[in-house]
Design a protein around this ligand. Sequence first.
Ligand code: FMN
Length: 338
Amino acid sequence: MNILQINSSLYSGNGQSSRLADEFVATLRAENPRAELVVRDLAKEPVPHLDEKRFQAFITPKDARTDEQKAIVAYSDALIDELRRAEVIVLGLPMYNFGVPSQLKSWIDHIARSGETFKYSEKGRVGLLTGKKAYVLAARGGLYAGSPADTQTAYVRQTHQRPCLYWQSETQALLDETRTDGIFPLITNDEKLSIKEVLLAYKHQPALEKRHEQFKSVLQVRPMMLKNHLRIEAFLFLYFLALLTEALIEREARQRMRKLNIKKLPLYPEERPCTAPTTERLFELFEDLRRHRLVDKNGAVQQRFYDEPSEPQRAALRLFEFSAKKYLAAAEEGGAAG
Ligand SMILES: Cc1cc2nc3c(=O)[nH]c(=O)nc-3n(C[C@H](O)[C@H](O)[C@H](O)COP(=O)(O)O)c2cc1C
């Protein structure tokens, strides 16, 4: 990846915008260690103002240019080549007197050349250097967000509408990786463990993962397009409350089993015994308990029919000191309310 960093602060590399750009480039390079970087500092090497002489050089046909005009065009060509080679452009952009620095404007005036970097079409000006990603790190003294003076944010929004993915094969990293084929290192950050203890702890891992999987799957949490981080936070908070409720029900069930000296409950299919009931299993147990109401044509309930709770269901209800009658009455209330 080729990165072109353009510093346009009059303070050169010390400007706030240049330092922001430096930090941003550092993160890009950390992710892409082979990225090549060119820094163009418009304060250290100012681009001359575009005047009539220089503009005339640009529009004079190639073969008719004087030596002086050739030198002017060669200078502009070099700036354009630098831009053409860059795949990613990082611009440090301060606000001076409500606009972009004149140093930057001079640079733009030297790289905006018809037939080189843009052309005129029926739709107006069309850019010719496409497929590049530009990042603008803007710095300013005042607060202009939402006001017409905020020209920079509008510009940044326009250039940052779509996330972009880059990838490349790291040949050396792949070669290094193949050397470890077949080797499975067991890594721990607990320095007190002996090698045997690390292995034993590792063997316990599937049990932990199973528990984690139960946490994830039971509530059927799925990634969604929540768009804004506050919704994600709210969503995770609800998830946290649901997990907490589940954990409390589970703890209550297990504590009651211990207190009542119940070693096992027949909660699994075929009334197979369960020593540590999960909330999921307790809820599942009551899923097929049916309740019907016979209503007349005015909607008034004439008669109620309930399935008789099975022995596993009764056992679970007893654990929570709920009689079958009380449970069904509560279910009826919930049903009527719902
Ligand atoms: C000559 C000059 C003009 C400035 N004009 C404005 C301005 O119009 N609005 C503003 O919010 N800040 C203005 N500032 C403040 C700069 O935008 C702010 O200090 C910014 O961080 C400078 O970035 P830099 O350190 O990269 O040059 C101005 C600063 C200077 C030196």
